[in-house]
Write a protein of this length. Structure first.
Length: 308
């Protein structure tokens, strides 16, 4: 078994991309992150390479997978902080301050596939995801717990010509570009919006960048999307179009099946449910769903975790 910091350095780069981010979140000296990660690669006979800013591994990984399982169980037992990833809106709105006993990622990974991959490989422990794209009910590894649901709106910037129309239908939107992400980033969202003639102007973005998403709606005539929750983020005013999209968004926790009944996961769910409930008081579109286990969502933070 390798030391926890050795594997954490490697997996931290796969998750967070930079040595600075790994040092800040995982408590490893920034100057030693690369060296320790390289040592870990040699121990397991793998090589690392970087493509479009993302680290990936080359080589067989059965021994590495077994080691990750041991280290993840140790985290769930309280020997190290658990690892939480979130969306660009839920990170600042719901996960700040970071729940006790957890480390929060950069909240900027775009699409479900990479987030699910980090969960399947046991690099990340829980992802606070947006609906409707969740793991299938028969997924052998992952399951989800939905905390809330809310409608999705089409958004435009100040002075957009569509704001002057006395009435609107989806056909009226076809004359303007609408934000899209690479294929299968969010399959259900993509399918629903394409059927309406939306999702027409692709943005090549693996990590969220405001200037490439909301920025295009604020500065151009591009149609964007948002919810009552995401609109709570600071930034220039965005205007909702009076059209109801046929999809529901919301917040859900995605986790490996074997950990869904652990006290640490249920405490995280209670904490985030309580925070979201407080926000929902002023956001009538946000429908809170009850937690499926006993205990109030108002429960306080978990007690401190024991040191390893």
């Amino acid at each position: 078994m390798v030391e926890q910091d050795v594997l954490a350095a490697l997996d931290g780069l796969l998750w967070l991309r930079t040595g600075d981010a790994v040092a800040e979140r995982l408590g490893i000296s920034q100057s030693s992150v690369s060296r320790v990660a390289s040592r870990c690669l040699r121990l397991f006979g793998n090589k690392g390479h970087k493509l479009d800013g993302e680290w990936d591994l080359i080589g067989d990984e059965p021994l590495l997978a077994a080691e990750r399982r041991v280290h993840q169980i140790a985290r769930w037992m309280g020997h190290r902080p658990l690892r939480l990833e979130a969306t660009y809106w839920s990170g600042p709105l719901l996960c700040t301050p970071v729940p006790q006993g957890w480390t929060l990622g950069q909240c900027n990974i775009v699409g479900v596939q990479r987030n699910w991959e980090l969960l399947r490989e046991r690099i990340v422990d829980v992802w606070l995801s947006g609906l409707p794209d969740l793991p299938e009910a028969e997924d052998p590894d992952l399951t989800s717990l939905t905390l809330s649901q809310m409608p999705v709106h089409c958004l435009v910037g100040e002075g957009h010509p569509l704001l002057d129309r006395p009435s609107l239908c989806f056909a009226d939107l076809a004359a303007f570009p609408s934000l899209a992400l690479p294929a299968d980033a969010y399959p259900q969202v993509e399918r629903a919006l394409r059927q309406l003639g939306l999702w027409s102007s692709p943005v090549r973005m693996k990590r969220y960048q405001r200037q490439l998403w909301e920025g295009k709606t604020e500065q151009e005539l591009t149609i964007g999307y948002g919810t009552a929750l995401s609109l709570q983020l600071p930034g220039p005013a965005m205007h909702r179009l009076p059209l109801q999209l046929p999809i529901q968004s919301g917040e859900a926790l995605v986790v490996r099946r074997e950990f869904v009944h652990t006290p640490a996961f249920q405490q995280l769910a209670r904490t985030l449910h309580a925070r979201l409930s407080q926000l929902a008081v002023g956001l009538p579109e946000v429908e809170m769903l009850p937690l499926p286990f006993s205990g109030s969502s108002e429960t306080g933070e978990a007690p401190p975790r024991p040191e390893p």
